[in-house]
Ligand binder design. Structure first.
Ligand code: CA
Length: 700
């Protein structure tokens, strides 16, 4: 069997990418500061700490960016307009800060009192002087590199929360930590997960009413999802709400879970965990006093393994409205009942008041992985509308009467291979959207990736490894031509696309829109771009040095507007896309880039796209490789920048492959051993496959 082009079931690997602790390039931390000539550097002045009143009133604080979505409504819109459609052509970089880290950088900066707070890979926190780009402090949680084996989608972190003089961060190994805002010294640390299980934290905490809210991930390997609230002052746990029922022979933690258990039938899901992890998005409405939490996919993915008797499997792939005081469930809306495709609803949720059919409705909006854009009444959870924002083949429509999707025939891969859109990467993933109240549009970073699903033969639960139940080795179906991306401007009232900007690659950055009629986005091919918000006309771009997947922010300092964005290629698609993204991801160095208006001419646009096609034989080793190695070392053995590219391993390493893979010879570098699932015979197969790929890639 010939594998076509880029091969690799990019697709199956979807929301994932695992265990990748090895061979991090550790550049030293270099605050590559180029001071902005226009503003004198100086110690930030003392000002009020960020408290509940300021968080609630964050919309009026145009000079700051106080919480990850800028406001509790998570609109990621700033009214600032000094940089606007007329002036943006004069925008230029004023400084850049290098994190000294490789891998995915997904954080949204928090801006307070002249300081930018970001995270890099491995949950490392930086405080950077917003005027000069100089590091004020750095806190490294010293995560055991082997924890990367638990991380489906790279060792990423999406940022911090700020409250009453403290910086809160969720750490990859499951800790929630409060740091002193001025010094970065830990005040308290709490372990929020059973660290013997494959839980990780990558999402940004939110602080509501003195409580730090945090979820976790791990549903690809097998865990039970939950969200918890900790007292911001003491770190004491206040409540914990599970998103899926546990063992039904034990007492249920709540009425909501007792009810949910009726929708799980015939299986022993609790042994693998069930999933439903709340690994990213939240929003809060202070008037309704509701905290919204998005939940993830089933664990395992295959529904007939999880719940052979059918059922919706509540509360997988749902938006949950909770009381922030008690964690009690007030309402829920499930976007993908009986999820079978890793269609998480953890994607960004935005609160807004929209005039729909002559009536102003308080809505919550989400574009989850499943490809439908949802507008719900956020008071009740009632479905107002849902339409396809990308090509969707798994369902025909969402029925307005029942609020349920109408699945198409043939997409349940019970009987064999199913080609499905979207895929586990999602029509849209964690990359934040933005809602601009002036244009009335939601800007969505979308992906178009063909999905192929097939049951894994003789699936057996293997604790600590990937347990999706799907076959990641369906080759020959995916080519580089089956992936693309687009920035889509969406009218949420009329549920239709207004404009789009297509990209050759998916996995472009999150979004910011402003009162200057601009939308800012970084791209997979390493540019930072400004578009006109109303019609999508490109107004400006600059090369960023590496790919951008995170979302930008904007703020005012000494009367001058700045735009900052974190750059650093990685995440699920970065890890597995191999040749598709190779050549476009830049130097792989994590950076914080900051821009403001200058007087110079805008630099010439640079677009770098260097795609390589690499056909080849399929070996037994290829199957072993893609089941256990590819999600870190890359599809078709083409590794992401900063990861060990096995095609390039030395003859010594090639000889000691068994020691490394079976006996943990490189555990110290973060390379876990696979003695529980692989044998010497498998090592020989792996060697054959890697040799083949090295030859094929002309690396001999
Ligand atoms: Ca997932």
């Amino acid at each position: 069997m010939r594998r076509q082009a880029l091969g690799i079931a990019i697709v199956f690997l979807a929301g994932l990418a695992l265990a990748c602790g090895s061979s991090e390039q550790q550049a030293g931390t270099k605050p590559g500061a180029t001071p902005n000539g226009a503003t004198a550097a100086g110690a930030p002045s003392e000002s009020e700490v960020v408290d509940d009143a300021r968080l609630r009133g964050a919309d009026a604080e145009v000079g700051e960016w106080l919480t990850t979505g800028r406001t509790y409504s998570e609109q990621r819109y700033s009214p600032l307009d000094q940089i606007n459609e007329s002036t943006v052509k004069r925008m230029q970089e004023v400084w850049q800060f290098e994190t000294g880290l490789g891998r995915g950088h997904e954080a949204t900066p928090i801006v307070h009192d002249g300081v930018l707070f970001i995270t890099g890979s491995w949950s490392i926190v930086f405080a950077v002087d917003a005027r000069t780009g100089k590091q004020l402090w750095k806190w490294d949680p010293q995560v055991d590199k082997l924890v990367a084996k638990k991380a489906c989608c790279d060792v990423v972190n999406r940022g911090v929360a700020l409250y009453k003089g403290r910086v809160y961060v969720g750490v990859l190994d499951g800790r929630l930590v409060a740091l002193d805002e001025k010094t970065g010294v830990p005040v308290w640390q709490m372990v929020t997960v059973d660290q013997s299980l494959p839980y990780t934290i990558t999402g940004a905490p939110r602080v509501v009413d003195g409580k730090v809210i945090i979820g976790n991930g791990g549903a690809e390997l097998g865990v039970r999802g939950y969200v918890s609230a900790y007292d911001a002052e003491s770190g004491k746990q206040i409540w914990r709400t599970y998103t899926v029922p546990g063992d039904p022979s034990q007492p249920f933690e709540s009425k909501a879970l007792e009810k949910a258990a009726e929708t799980w039938k015939g299986g022993e899901w609790w042994k693998i965990g069930g999933g439903g992890t709340a690994w990213d998005s939240m929003a809060y409405d202070p008037e309704l006093n509701l905290l919204y939490v998005g939940t993830g996919n089933g664990s395992p993915w295959v529904r007939q393994l999880r719940s052979p008797g059918g059922g919706d499997n509540l509360y997988l792939s749902s938006i949950l409205a909770l009381s922030p005081q008690t964690g009690e469930l007030v309402w829920h809306y499930q976007t993908t009942p009986g999820d079978n495709w890793d269609f998480t609803a953890t994607q960004h949720m935005i609160l807004a008041d929209l005039k729909i059919n002559g009536r102003v409705r308080p809505v919550i909006m989400q574009a989850p992985k499943n490809g439908f854009f949802y507008v719900l009444d956020r008071k009740t959870g009632e479905l107002i509308s849902a339409e396809k924002y990308v090509e969707v083949t798994w369902a025909d429509r969402v029925d307005k009467g029942t609020g349920r999707p109408v699945e198409n025939p043939g997409v349940d891969y019970k009987e064999g291979l199913a080609l499905v859109k979207p895929t586990a990467f999602g029509g849209h993933n964690w990359h934040p959207m933005s809602f601009n109240p002036k244009t009335g549009l939601v800007y969505i970073p979308t992906h178009d990736i063909l999905g192929a699903y097939r049951n894994e033969q003789n699936f057996k639960y293997q604790p600590g490894h990937w347990n999706t139940g799907t076959d990641f080795n369906v080759f020959g179906l995916i080519t580089k031509d089956t992936v693309s991306g687009a920035l889509v401007a969406w009218d949420p009232v009329n549920q239709k696309e207004v404009w789009r900007h297509p990209y050759a690659l998916p996995w472009n950055g999150g979004l910011l829109s402003t009162g200057g009629n601009l939308v800012f986005q970084g791209t997979s091919d390493g540019r930072f771009v400004a578009y006109r918000a109303s019609d999508g006309e490109q107004m400006w771009e600059q090369h960023a040095g590496t790919s951008i997947i995170a979302a930008p922010v904007t703020y005012l300092l000494d009367g001058k507007q700045y735009v900052s964005v974190v750059a650093g290629w990685g995440g699920a698609f970065g890890l597995v896309s191999g040749d598709v993204s190779k050549g476009s991801a830049g130097d792989g160095k994590g950076r914080l880039l900051t821009y403001a208006l200058g007087t110079g001419e805008p630099p010439a646009p640079q677009v770098v796209l260097d795609r390589i096609t690499a056909p080849g034989e399929v070996y037994d080793g290829e199957r072993v490789y893609h089941k256990y190695c590819a999600t870190c070392h890359g599809g078709a053995a083409v590794a992401m920048e900063g990861m060990k590219d096995l095609r390039k391993m030395s003859p010594e390493m090639r000889n000691s492959l068994g020691d490394i893979v079976l006996r943990g010879a490189l555990r110290g570098n973060g390379m876990p051993d696979f003695a529980d699932v692989l044998t010497e015979a498998d090592i020989a197969k792996l060697r054959t496959y890697i040799d083949h790929r090295r030859e094929e890639s002309g690396l001999n």
